[in-house]
Design a protein around this ligand. Structure first.
Ligand SMILES: Cc1cc2nc3c(=O)[nH]c(=O)nc-3n(C[C@H](O)[C@H](O)[C@H](O)COP(=O)(O)OP(=O)(O)OC[C@H]3O[C@@H](n4cnc5c(N)ncnc54)[C@H](O)[C@@H]3O)c2cc1C
Length: 389
């Protein structure tokens, strides 16, 4: 029996495994993928995410693969706003980030099994997971604690009855790594139109991760010529055909969705959710990797406390759930505030005017979203920037 089995070896799962292995706990990561693997993502790592990676001792190994980012340019509704980060973020391929994280977890003593988690149940002794290996064979794995870090389609969340069915019209992401671009600099560029947007995260002057977020009906309509659709979308939303005229996909195209997952609770007994499995925040604000790293580490700390001092174990798990729920609520609110700036021409103009008049206030909002500033004042100011003309 393992002390902890972690479903999913993405940033949340590997961060948890590092902390657990460092504490001497027998830890197994079960992931359906063979690593290194790709993950559909804009591949922007916020300053808060970079800080977490530094704390995990990974900055020196990852920095050479990362392109530094100085800020973000937001265009839409005829308005363009440029905001600088007060601490540098990264453009970093997930292929590399996730692989280095998993390697580091294994080098610290965690074990890895390539298998798909199919079921989880709890009994008096702990939890029992049913996993299917690539050969098709199933086996059972026992653990005192389980961390569900298996992303937005979390089997652990579903099997524990924690998932909530997404409602309303869903959005999907299309994109990948593109070359042949022109004049990219160290700014993420976001081009917004209603609920759709198009994000360019530059690796260098000519190469970037491009993600186009579209409504389900647009996806269905253009499924057969996705790359052409991406080019058209890029041109129309950026309003600058020349910069994207030579854009071509390099490597595999990404198409994922729906971009939604929420939960009614984050823990069930000795089973804890972390990262996207606990809840998905609109990727527009790029808070996902940072939150995955933080929640994975926090889940591990709660389990270390629970195993070390069983009398206070329940409280440690409950505190984890309460803290993460509150953090996710506040970060979702920040994402909604920023999205609301782009909701109409009037709001965009008003927000741009306020940002120009009061850049210090805008900086508080940007720093909070990037995970290098306090969230509460940013929430208050976010409302102000949005509402005060
Ligand atoms: C289109 C898009 C763009 C995004 N852009 C950004 C961005 O630019 N910046 C940012 O910070 N965030 C972004 N995000 C969010 C970010 O990708 C996630 O928040 C982050 O990957 C969450 O990490 P995780 O470890 O929780 O889950 P994941 O990274 O999804 O890892 C989950 C792991 O679980 C494994 N798994 C899944 N099911 C099972 C199973 N049944 N059994 C075993 N293993 C399983 C998977 O193989 C995977 O390795 C974006 C998300 C999307 C969809």
């Amino acid at each position: 029996m393992f002390d902890v089995v972690i479903a999913g070896g993405g940033p949340a799962g590997s961060a948890a495994a590092m902390a657990l292995a460092d504490s001497g706990l027998e830890t197994l990561i079960v992931d359906k993928s063979q690593f290194p693997r790709n993950k559909a993502c804009g591949e922007y790592v916020s300053a808060g995410g970079v800080e977490q990676l530094r704390a995990l001792g990974l900055e020196s190994v990852l920095a050479p693969a990362a392109a530094p980012l100085d800020g973000i340019r937001l265009s839409g509704n005829g308005v363009r706003v440029e905001l600088r980060f007060s601490q540098t973020g990264w453009a970093l391929p997930r292929f590399r980030l996730d692989d280095e994280m998993l390697r580091s977890a294994l080098s610290r003593g965690a074990a890895f099994l390539q298998a798909r988690v199919e079921d989880v149940s709890a009994d008096q002794i702990g939890s029992l997971l049913t996993v299917r290996e690539p050969s098709g064979e199933t086996r059972e794995v026992r653990a005192r604690f389980v961390i569900g870090a298996d992303g937005t389609n979390s089997v652990i969340a579903k099997k524990c009855g924690l998932s909530v069915q997404p409602r309303g019209e869903q959005r999907f992401a299309l994109g990948g790594h593109y070359g042949g671009l022109r004049d990219l600099d160290r700014f993420v560029e976001m081009f917004v139109e209603g609920r759709s947007y198009f994000a360019v995260n530059p690796f260098d002057a000519a190469h970037a991760n491009i993600m186009v977020i579209v409504r389900e009906k647009d996806l269905t309509a253009r499924k057969s010529d996705v790359d052409q659709f991406i080019r058209e979308r890029a041109r129309s939303l950026s309003g600058d055909a020349a910069r994207f005229a030579e854009a071509h996909l390099e490597g595999k195209r990404v198409a994922v969705g729906p971009l939604a997952h929420s939960t009614r609770a984050i823990t069930a007994g000795n089973i804890l959710l972390a990262g996207d499995a606990a809840g998905f925040i609109d990727p527009f604000t790029g808070q996902g990797v940072h939150l995955a790293l933080r929640s994975g580490t926090a889940a591990a700390q709660a389990i270390v406390t629970a195993i070390g001092a069983p009398s206070s174990g329940r409280a440690a798990i409950e505190n984890y759930a309460a803290d993460l729920s509150s953090e996710m609520r506040r970060r979702s609110k920040l994402a909604r505030i920023v999205r609301s700036f782009t909701g109409s021409a009037a709001l965009s103009k008003r927000a741009a005017r306020n940002v120009e008049r009061d850049p210090e206030r805008a900086q508080i909002l940007i720093d909070a979203i990037a995970g290098c500033g306090p969230v509460e004042p940013a929430l208050r100011l976010g409302n102000l920037l949005r509402l005060v003309a």
